[in-house]
Design a protein around this ligand. Structure first.
Ligand code: GLN
Length: 386
């Protein structure tokens, strides 16, 4: 038999998705893969029901339905502080996952280097491999997950083609300050580098922290490829609706990459989601309020149990320190946690370039009842001590 592709030799399956399967196997409360168990906004579901009887069952325009791009452009223009052109500056993709992949393929040649902060969302590793690029990892140091500007500049000196910026960050919950983003921006300009952002948690930010769109920094529009999705904002991770926003000459290429990768995102879902894109600011305020309440409930529960953890500034993940349990492998710990305690988590090692295996990631995008049930089960966690 011929050999399979070299490119995939170093691939493992996604640990995040694997942990969902392990959670299901043990009937655990699944706080591993980050997705809500509560309903999307009723207006979206009602519109989805209507759309099924309307004429949206064939391909939409490959780079996104006109209606969707116009609603998205209006929303993002308001937030990003510049007029986004719905016809020239947007590609609608199958989730931010495809947006990131298409962005990488748009800028990177085989052998190009790409800066990735560590810890990082596991897809970025695969994205670089699939596009033939080579990651340069720059550590974020706990507890605030700050970077060292000198280490970052050393990475830029290796002449990377792009830097990947997940803000707010999965898994560490960091929200980059304006000053930190400005350091990155100045380096991107000095070393003539693209910045590919993943801003899917743009609306899940806890006061007093604030989200700054990287593309809105001085001179950054020209070199920023902003990726995001509707998954987390409207609790519709299964709809797979994401997008790229960038200057027209970048979008021209991204449109082609996207067209050949997937042709397009699901037409009926794009149409139904327009309802969400047209929500007023109140919706986003309520979303922040809802997640702040969940974060506070969950962190207080963890404090009551006595497990040390990170304090997320944004996104909906928390890293727990499991050093006291004496496990050599965080993977084994997570399997035992699912089996004996009944809670699904993701081993921290799948996010870190460094040799880290004393952390696990839990998410709190769940109904308060689900979170309370998970906390109730986690109160038994000490019995996992070796
Ligand atoms: N972003 C979510 C997480 O980190 C979901 C990932 C996925 O499976 N697409 O858990």
């Amino acid at each position: 038999m011929p050999e399979l592709s070299k490119r995939t030799e170093t691939f493992t399956d996604s640990v995040i998705r694997r942990m969902t399967r392990i959670s299901n196997k043990y009937g655990a409360v699944n706080l591993s893969q980050g997705f809500p168990d509560f309903e999307p906004p009723r207006e979206l579901l009602d519109r989805l029901a209507e759309v099924s009887n309307e004429d949206f069952h064939q391909y939409s325009i490959t780079w996104g339905a006109q209606n969707f791009r116009e609603a998205l452009a209006e929303k993002q223009s308001r937030l990003m502080g510049r007029r986004i052109d719905p016809n020239a500056e947007i590609v609608v993709t199958c989730g931010s996952t495809e947006a990131m992949m298409a962005a990488m393929m748009t800028v990177a040649n085989p052998g190009d280097k790409v800066i990735v902060f560590s810890p990082f969302y596991e897809n970025y590793g695969a994205d670089t491999i699939l596009s033939g690029a080579e990651p340069i990892y720059v550590p974020l140091y706990p507890p605030e997950f700050n970077f060292d500007p000198n280490e970052l500049e050393a990475a830029f000196r290796q002449k990377p083609k792009a830097l990947i910026l997940c803000n707010p960050s999965n898994p560490c919950g960091k929200v980059f300050t304006y000053d930190e983003l400005k350091i990155i921006a100045d380096l991107a300009e000095k070393y003539d580098t693209f910045v590919i952002t993943d801003e899917v948690y743009e609306h899940i930010v806890y006061a007093p922290h604030k989200h700054t769109y990287f593309a809105s920094l001085p001179n950054m529009w020209e070199r920023t490829i902003s990726c995001s999705s509707l998954s987390k904002t409207y609790s519709i991770t299964g709809w797979r609706l994401g997008y790229i926003i960038a200057p027209p000459h970048i979008i021209d290429v991204a449109k082609k990459v996207h067209d050949f990768l997937t042709v397009g995102a699901a037409a009926p879902l794009q149409e139904a989601a327009v309802t969400g894109l047209r929500f007023g600011d109140d919706y986003y305020r309520q979303l922040t309020y809802k997640y702040t309440e969940k974060r506070d409930l969950f962190l207080k529960g963890l404090d009551d149990i006595g497990i040390s953890h990170t304090i997320p500034q944004g996104a909906y993940y928390v890293l727990l320190d499991i050093s006291e349990f004496g496990f050599d492998s965080d993977l084994d710990f997570c399997e035992k946690l699912a089996e004996k305690v009944g809670v699904g988590a993701v081993p921290g090692s799948s996010f870190f370039r460094e040799n880290v295996n004393h952390l696990i990631r839990l998410h709190f995008a769940k109904k308060n009842d689900t979170l309370n049930e998970a906390l109730n089960r986690l109160s038994q966690i000490k019995k996992l001590k070796l």
